[in-house]
Design a binder for this molecule. Structure first.
Ligand SMILES: O=C[C@H](O)COP(=O)(O)O
Length: 255
């Protein structure tokens, strides 16, 4: 399997945006624009929008994901949501390890791994985020950081379970800043992550794993980024909040 046979996946990460009526309107605008996509289409939305998004996307090619889940099945964890709760609502995907969770909410590689485990056990598919800080890139340790984050997050994940894992390479310095990694930088790190998967599992698993780029991807730069051999799609923040922009990225991934 190679780039030609791996399915590109474009996932929107709405972050903390959209009330329920706004979510419904955005999805309704999006549906006709993305219905002919030749790639996977996912929208990851705030917890309060999950039921709205699931109802609004029923019978369409848009899958719904959450933006995080807790590692425990239940218990005294105020404000957290379990993977089983998401599954029961009808969620298919969950983002885990987003840099904003790591940066602002104390998420560590170990808790990312625990959340990945809980998600897989509940039958959810995971979009696992890894990526370096600006000072780590400047120190020349980008691949080391991404490799370490990937290895720890996937500890205890079997080869068979890798079919339910998408990896999103998101350089932290490129998120929401308008600074995009160059297509070559994105390709290089996505390729290095693929190398880690090959070492952890085998080459076939590495070649079959979808590895996205995320960080200021938009309608203008999507073509170049998605044209790279190791970039199998995108995790899109800001541009996923505007239906025409999100649709343009999906069109670029469908070429
Ligand atoms: O999860 C998405 C990423 O954080 C990228 O966000 P952005 O496209 O707004 O830079």
């Amino acid at each position: 399997m190679n780039k030609a046979t791996r399915q590109a996946v474009i996932a929107g990460n709405w972050k903390m945006n959209k009330t329920r009526p706004e979510a419904k309107a955005l999805i309704e605008e999006m549906i006709p624009l993305v219905k002919d996509a030749d790639c996977g289409v996912i929208i990851c939305v705030p917890y309060t929008n999950l039921e709205t998004a699931i109802a609004a996307t029923k019978g369409t090619n848009i899958k719904v994901g959450a933006e995080n889940c807790h590692w425990a099945k239940s218990g005294a964890f105020t404000a957290e949501v379990s993977a089983d709760m998401l599954k029961e609502v009808g969620v298919e995907y969950v983002i885990i390890g987003h840099s904003e969770r790591r940066q602002y909410f104390g998420e560590t590689d170990v808790t990312v791994n625990q959340r990945v485990r809980a998600a897989l056990d509940a039958g959810l598919k995971v979009i696992l985020c890894v990526g370096e800080l600006l000072n780590e890139r400047e120190q020349g340790i980008t691949e080391e950081i991404c490799s370490m984050q990937t290895k720890i997050a996937l500890a205890g994940v079997s080869k068979e379970e890798m079919k339910d894992i998408i990896i999103a390479y998101e350089p932290v310095w490129a998120i929401g800043t308008g600074k995009t990694a160059t297509a070559d930088q994105a390709d290089e790190v996505c390729g290095a992550i693929r190398g880690v998967i090959a070492k952890l599992y085998d080459d076939a698993t590495a070649q079959a794993t979808t590895i996205q780029y995320g960080g200021s991807m938009n309608a203008k730069n999507a073509d170049e980024l998605l044209g790279k051999v190791n970039v199998d799609g995108g995790l899109i923040g800001g541009a996923s909040l505007k239906a025409p922009d999100f649709a343009a990225i999906i069109a670029a991934a469908s070429k």
